[in-house]
Design a protein around this ligand. Sequence first.
Ligand code: GRF
Length: 234
Amino acid sequence: MSATPIKCAILFSGNGSNMQNIIESLHHKICLDSSGEHCFIDITITLCNNPNAFGIKRLEALNIPCIVLNHKDFSTRQAFDNALIKALEPYNLSYIFLAGFMRILSPSAISAFRIINIHPSFLPDFKGAHAIKDCFNSDVNYGGVSVHWVSEELDSGEVIMQEKVLKAPNESLEDFEAKIHALEYTLYPKAILKALGLARVESTSLESALESTLESSANTNSTPLDSSNTRGKA
Ligand code: GRF
C-alpha cells in the first residue's frame, strides 16, 4: 500500500473530545489529494499545556503520544511558545489543529506552522473564551461553529467552514452546549479535509493494507513517515 503521510499535530488543554474525534475520524484514513494520489493524515504528536487535562487519558487509550508542556513552568508567554516550537519542530509537521487549546499563540508560533482552530460560535460573533455562554445569554436566535485558519488576531483568521444551529425555545445552557458540541464533531473533520484539499476514500481494505504497511515498517525500524512528507511548511 503506497500512500503519502501528512504529518499533523493536535494541541489541546482540557477535555479533549474534539481531539479524540479528529483522531477517530481522520487518523490513518485513506484520502485522495488534489492530484488523485493516495495519502493519509498521521496525527504524529499531540501537545497539552495542562498536566491534569482529561485529554491526556484519552490519548493513552488511543495510543498517540502527547507532549505535556505546562505553561506555568514558563515565566513569559514567549518563553512557553519558544519551548512549544522547539518541541514540535522535529516532527516536520504540515499542519497543527487546535482543539480546545486555551492559550493565545504568539506571532512566532503562528508563523512557524500552518494552524487551524475550531471556535464554538458563528464567527465573527462571540469571539473569546466564553463564546457558548455569551451567545446563549444574547438575543441572537442561533449559535454556531466555525473552523478557521489561525492568524495573529484572536478568532479572526480566514474561515474554512462554519455552520449555524438554531436556539430552541426554553432550552437550557447544557442542551444548547450539547448541540454546539455535536456540530463541532461533524464540522471539524470536514473542514480539515477541505482545508487540506483531501477527499476521504471509504475503503476498509485499503485502510487495513495501510495499517499492515505501517506495522511492518515499524517492525523493520524504517520510518516511511519521515521520507515522503512533502507538505511541510516552506
Ligand atoms: C470546544 O467547544 C472548542 O470549540 C473550543 O473549546 C472546546 C473544547 O472542547 N475551542 P473539547 O476539549 O474538545 O472537549
